[in-house]
Design a protein around this ligand. Structure first.
Ligand code: SF4
Length: 204
């Protein structure tokens, strides 16, 4: 029997990046291959759902967009079968990934979020392209270089910096200072600000 480790399934609005405001059903899978210091997702508390239970739960919601997230959702070995079924049901499917594992070709929209603290891992492998890149800003002298490296490694339609939240504080000044530096370069991709607007709007 096909079983998935699910943290939660809910409908909300996408709070970040180029699709901000898009109504979507979020499927949050358990487990991650990284351990970010500031991670705000409890991806180790989950329950098991069968394929049929998961589809029944998804069909309760009205949205026609699905955001596959985690944790790191590409760790789910049975994900391709689920994607095939969801595509047959006509859903637009986006994924949020840290970019360290291949992404199934059935996915319609890839949002990749490379993690500075695990920079060496991106030298070994990372996905070559995404629809948007969204990097959470860390206060480190080498962070700008990391952005430039990721811009080279992963071709994206949109590039975003997102302030990091630690202890209720966002490093906004550091983030916009860095945006200014990145955007001073002529004929290079434009980096934009992405805020976690779902937190500001007090939605999931
Ligand atoms: S990659 Fe994402 S889910 Fe995994 S630890 Fe980092 S912030 Fe958390």
């Amino acid at each position: 029997m096909m079983v998935f480790n699910i943290v939660e399934i809910f409908q909300s609005l996408q709070g970040e990046g180029a699709n901000t405001g898009m109504p979507a059903i979020f499927i949050r899978f358990a487990g991650c291959n990284l351990t970010c210091r500031w991670c705000d997702t409890d991806f180790n508390h989950y329950h098991k759902m069968t394929f049929a239970e998961l589809l029944t739960e998804v069909s309760r919601y009205e949205a026609r967009n699905i955001i596959i997230t985690g944790g790191e959702p590409t760790l789910q070995r049975k994900l391709p079968a689920l994607l095939t079924e969801l595509k047959q049901r006509g859903y637009f499917i986006a994924i949020e990934t840290n970019g360290l594992r291949p992404v199934d070709t059935q996915i319609d929209y890839i949002a990749v979020s490379p993690k500075f603290a695990f920079q060496p891992r991106y030298q070994d492998f990372c996905i070559p392209a995404a629809d948007e890149m969204r990097i959470v800003v860390e206060d480190h002298p080498a962070f700008e270089l990391f952005c430039l490296e990721m811009e080279q490694k992963i071709t994206a339609k949109h590039y975003f910096l997102s302030p990091c939240e630690e202890n209720g504080q966002f490093n906004v000044l550091h983030t916009i200072t860095l945006l200014g530096k990145l955007n001073q370069r002529p004929n290079k991709p434009k980096w934009l600000l992405s805020l976690q607007t779902h937190k500001l709007a007090h939605i999931e």
